[in-house]
Design a protein around this ligand. Structure first.
Ligand code: S3P
Length: 443
């Protein structure tokens, strides 16, 4: 899978990184703010919105359903919603670009409205399984036509009129699938029960409550939880202040940990416990990360981080931590490559269905740069030490593979080249400027 016009970039061993990294708004929360804004009655006012390719794709799709979204300044957006159940059928296919979250949540949001929409995206998104979302939505009465058994895009979704509440246990540990069902439940009659055995990010639950949905989360004795949503719901527009994205911060954090002498500050990073698995793991590895000024805004925790160069050591990362750091394994593998000893990352099956097969892409990147590793089933075990570098990494249209291996090149003995940085703009358009400002040698 390749981009038509790839833009390669090389990272070289850099001097100590210094300064303040103002990373952009969280992607998951930005997507949800636009979608809930489009479902609400009244005008939702958003600040700190991530203005990246994925978020723009979602905004454009929501306009296709009749919502009005206006940018009034950098990160400041206003969304005029239509009300739950009032979206209109889009006149043209919806192109979600690279965005799995945008497309899957919007499928849920339209699923219980009697309209039809065609969902498509770039080569990466068209290779990702949509069956995991549309199959559970069948219980609400939707029908669909996708490509093959995985229901690949282009996919036509026919929403259900008069949908009834459902009772479902999720079969995959996916916040996207969970969120699609919660959004569909808004326009179904009765109380929907969604049970998850593995706790995934809960931004949808929190934001739905803030928009006035009747939603209740009940913990289960085995560690799972059941989420109840009452429909039909009325969502009321609100203000959303988007905290900074920990998944984007991850690249600067690991860069500072592996480049000798570094010390950087990252203010206002979201610290939702269900997203904080990387920080927890890095602390266990001996990372010098200080968190100050912990606070809560808009229902999400955040804090200011100071990160210093650290002598890291390998650790065991248990499989039950995967949901809290699912997007961070590529950059953790890079940190592990510089750590003394072995780091075992277990239970990574979900990595195979991301923007690329991230387990394979990470393994290939480690190999190209002389890092020892083993893959055992869905586990990745990296043996760290001095990293030779010198390789060229295939990014497979995956932003996080590109940023992870550029990070490696800042501290490896020889430069690391990634074959294409175009996709970085899907989540973190400021990445190159921000890293260069800290002192990273990227050319
Ligand atoms: C996301 C959930 C995760 C994550 C993705 C964003 C979300 O996907 O990988 O980048 O915003 O809900 P899954 O829910 O499929 O694990």
């Amino acid at each position: 899978m390749h981009n038509a016009n790839p833009a390669p970039l090389t990272a070289r061993r850099s001097k100590a990184l210094e300064g303040t990294a103002q990373v952009p708004g969280d992607k998951s929360i930005s997507q949800r703010a636009l979608i809930l804004g489009a479902l609400a009655e009244g005008e939702t006012v958003i600040s700190g919105l991530l203005e990246s390719g994925d978020v723009h794709s979602t905004a454009q799709a929501l306009r296709g359903f009749g919502a009005s979204l206006t940018r009034v300044g950098p990160g400041n957006w206003r969304v005029q919603g239509l009300g739950v159940g009032n979206w209109r059928a889009p006149a043209a296919p919806l192109d979600f670009g690279n965005s799995g979250t945008g497309s899957r949540l919007v499928m849920g949001a339209m699923a219980t409205t009697p309209i039809t929409a065609v969902f498509t995206g770039d080569a990466s998104l068209r290779s990702r399984p949509m069956a995991r979302v549309v199959e559970p939505l069948l219980a609400f009465g939707v029908t669909y036509e996708g490509q093959g058994p995985k229901a690949l895009m282009p996919l036509t979704l026919h929403g259900a009129g008069e949908a009834q509440a459902i009772d479902k246990t999720l079969s995959v540990a996916s916040a996207q699938v969970k969120s699609a069902l919660l959004l569909a439940a808004l326009n179904a009659r009765g109380t929907t029960h969604i049970t998850q055995n593995t706790l995934t990010r809960d931004h949808s639950e929190k934001m739905l409550a803030a928009f006035g949905a009747r939603i209740k989360v009940t913990p289960l004795p085995d560690g799972g939880e059941t989420i109840l949503v009452e429909g039909p719901a009325v969502l009321k527009a609100c203000t959303v202040d988007v905290p900074r994205d920990p998944s984007s911060a991850a690249f600067a954090i690991v860069a500072a940990l592996i480049v000798p002498g570094s010390r950087i500050e990252l203010p206002g990073i979201m610290l939702n416990p269900r997203r904080a698995g990387l920080i927890e793991t890095l602390l266990e590895m001996g990372a010098k990360i200080e968190i100050a000024n912990r606070r809560s805004s808009g229902g999400e925790e955040s804090g200011d981080l100071t990160v210093r160069y650290s002598a890291l050591k390998g650790v065991e990362v248990p499989p039950d931590r995967a949901p809290a750091m699912i997007d961070e394994y590529p950059i953790l593998a890079v940190a592990a490559a510089f750590a003394a000893g072995k780091t075992a990352m277990r239970g990574l099956e979900e990595l195979r269905v991301k923007e690329s097969d991230r387990l394979e892409a990470v393994a290939a990147g480690l190999k190209a740069n002389g890092v020892q590793y083993e893959i055992e089933g869905d586990d990745l075990i990296v043996t760290g030490g001095a990293v030779p570098g010198g390789g060229t990494v295939a990014t497979h249209m995956d932003h996080r593979i590109a940023m992870s291996f550029l990070t490696m090149g800042l501290a490896s003995q020889n430069p690391v080249t990634v074959d294409d940085v175009t996709m970085i703009a899907t989540s973190f358009p400021e990445y190159q400027d921000l890293m260069r400002d800290l002192g990273a040698d990227l050319k």
